[in-house]
Design a protein around this ligand. Structure first.
Ligand SMILES: [Zn+2]
Ligand SMILES: [Zn+2]
Length: 254
């Protein structure tokens, strides 16, 4: 596939996962950037339209209109009914758009938006050295406290929105999971999310947050990946505390 064909296909089907399309995106930075812009636009469009509309609203508006005009079966007024329904839906859509703007700075939104530029990192299969991983954290002023997880194929210090993150890829049973460690960012609890074709999970650590993402189908080894990085970043004591059940007395089980 050449650039022209890629752009044509991207314009027609921005959500396409055609392997030929993805292969060109991986190999061509210019088209990868075009793809990223197209996805950002798609997300905004989708978010603007993706607003829960009260059930039967359109029907109710049309019914009220139809009842009112039973005596005057005018096509013009029927069109007015559609126009009224459409403008109501549009108004609701704009509300959704405003909500979306506020959501654009959320961790899931920032993480998903970060992925296209480094999408090919998910295809790396060769584990990188412990020194390289430690250096990636050291550049962020972080000393790892526990043993590293196996199957780490990528490390890069990446700005993600306002955050200075360590971007990693963990590979478990051939399933690549992108991991962004966000030092200093605290979230109240773990949660899963889905966004723009990505499945993700956010997990709080002691002094930061893990964001995990994958765009692949199949079992998602978020538990294993999170456990591995919790052990490496927080250390074995912290990992044990996190995994241990809390007894009724409030004391931790031995
Ligand atoms: Zn190209
Ligand atoms: Zn990155």
């Amino acid at each position: 596939m050449d650039c022209l064909e890629f752009r044509r296909r991207l314009g027609a089907e921005p959500q396409s996962r055609d392997p030929a399309l993805l292969a060109h995106r991986r190999d061509c930075p210019a088209c990868a950037a075009a793809w990223e812009r197209a996805q950002a636009f798609e997300h905004e469009l989708q978010a603007a339209l993706d607003v829960p509309v009260p059930e039967g609203l359109t029907e109710r508006v049309l019914l009220a209109q139809a009842t009112g005009e039973r005596r005057l079966q005018s096509r013009r007024r029927h069109r007015f009914g559609y126009a009224l329904a459409a403008s109501l839906l549009l108004a609701l859509g704009m509300g959704g758009y405003a909500l979306h703007r506020r959501d654009a700075g959320s961790l899931p939104a920032l993480a998903v938006a970060h992925m296209p530029g480094e999408i090919s990192s998910l295809d790396l299969v060769r584990p990188i050295s412990a020194q390289a991983i430690a250096a990636g954290f050291a550049d962020r002023g972080i000393r790892l406290r526990g043993p590293l997880p196996a199957g780490v194929t990528y490390v890069h210090d990446c700005p993600v929105g306002p955050y200075k993150t360590v971007h990693l890829v963990s590979r478990i049973d051939d399933m690549p999971v992108a991991v962004l460690y966000v030092p200093g960012k605290q979230v109240p609890q773990a949660r899963d999310f889905q966004r723009g074709g990505w499945h993700g999970r956010i997990v709080p650590l002691q002094r930061g947050t893990l964001v995990m993402l994958t765009d692949r189908q199949g079992a998602r080894p978020f538990d294993t990946v999170a456990q591995g990085w919790r052990l490496a970043i927080d250390g074995s004591d912290a990992a044990r505390v996190a995994d241990r059940p809390v007894q009724p007395s409030g004391l931790l089980a031995p």
